[in-house]
Design a protein around this ligand. Structure first.
Ligand code: FAD
Ligand code: FES
Length: 282
């Protein structure tokens, strides 16, 4: 059992929890994720590690309520326990293998959409601690859906905010703001990273390509076992089948077949929306 140490709501549909999981916390690296189960009958839910503290033995997860299981997670309170917390899973971000010397000459621009902002945080924190220059764009539909503003501002060089309706920051999509920052304002970057909804990562990749900017994306595919056995998370990258759980979740954006990935993500939508969705794989 894994005890929830703290819980807070970041917005009406997004909660942040610190969970006691010392072995996971001591091995976690930016870019990796967990699979959690609320109880012994619970569905296995992948969630990115949004922070980790090896000394305290805790990992932080941020969950958006979008279906039955994520609602169950957000209904838990401090003092409650998860039945299972498995991780860290997946590969760490590529930059974890770079030297501080290499990182000192790197200039990153992160593009974070919605709840994807939380997984960006440990990456920015790590890069800044190792000497890289890091700017961040956080985008959301409306100002009340923006999360991690203060946390991100504290660890990055420059934070840009945008909302679809202009209720805070730049009015428009993250892609338009990225183009403005690079083309109009003349900022120069060596690497972009996009984390958020699949559609946002697809269009951010197209914009990055137009700007001649390499881009890494983090794929939130459907997953079941998280160990490379079931094939639920398969994606086509550079024309080859890859398993996001063990070979990702991060891939070169230029090489990802986003249209196929989006089709596969919606594969069980009808069943998920059905009133009795207990037929789902557990
Ligand atoms: C590596 C990885 C890391 C992730 N990190 C986070 C995170 O840090 N925070 C977070 O809130 N979510 C994260 N997700 C997504 C999260 O796992 C799903 O939202 C969750 O599994 C949905 O379960 P549910 O039963 O609540 O909803 P369901 O009833 O299963 O689905 C509800 C709706 O969401 C869609 N959906 C289902 N699974 C996904 C998915 N993987 N991505 C996008 N849409 C989906 C369905 O098609 C359906 O329309 C991550 C996914 C992966 C693979
Ligand atoms: S989730 Fe089963 S192979 Fe990746």
């Amino acid at each position: 059992m894994y005890k929830i140490l703290t819980k807070e709501m970041l917005s009406p549909a997004i909660c942040r929890m610190k969970v006691l999981a010392p072995r996971v916390a001591s091995a976690a690296r930016p870019g990796q994720f967990l699979i959690v189960r609320v109880n012994e009958h619970g569905e296995r839910i992948p969630l990115t590690i949004s922070d980790y503290d090896a000394e305290e033995g805790s990992v932080t997860i941020v969950t958006q309520k979008i279906g039955a299981s994520t609602k169950e997670i957000c209904a838990l309170e401090a003092g409650d326990c998860f039945e299972d917390v498995v991780g860290p899973l997946g590969l760490a971000s590529d930059f974890v293998g770079m030297t501080d010397e290499q990182l000192k000459s790197a200039r990153y621009i992160f593009v974070a959409g919605g709840v994807g902002t939380a997984p960006v945080y440990p990456q920015v924190k790590y890069l800044k601690a190792h000497g890289a220059y890091v700017d961040v764009i956080i985008g959301a539909k409306t100002a009340d859906l923006l999360i991690y503003r203060d946390e991100m501002a504290a660890v990055c060089d420059h934070l840009y905010i945008c909302t679809d309706d202009g209720s805070e920051g730049f009015k428009g999509m993250v892609t338009a703001l990225l183009e403005k920052i690079v083309v109009e304002d003349g900022n120069r970057y060596t690497q972009a990273v996009a984390i958020g909804p699949m559609i946002m990562m697809k269009f951010t990749t197209l914009t990055a390509k137009k700007l001649g900017l390499p881009i890494v994306v983090s794929l939130n595919t459907l997953m079941v076992d998280g160990t490379g056995m079931c094939g639920a998370c398969r994606v086509t990258v550079a024309g080859k089948t890859r398993f996001a759980c063990v070979e990702g979740p991060e891939f070169d954006g230029y090489e990802v077949d986003f249209d196929e990935a989006m089709r596969r993500q919606g594969m069980y939508r009808a069943e998920e929306l059905a009133e009795d969705h207990k037929c789902k794989i557990r």
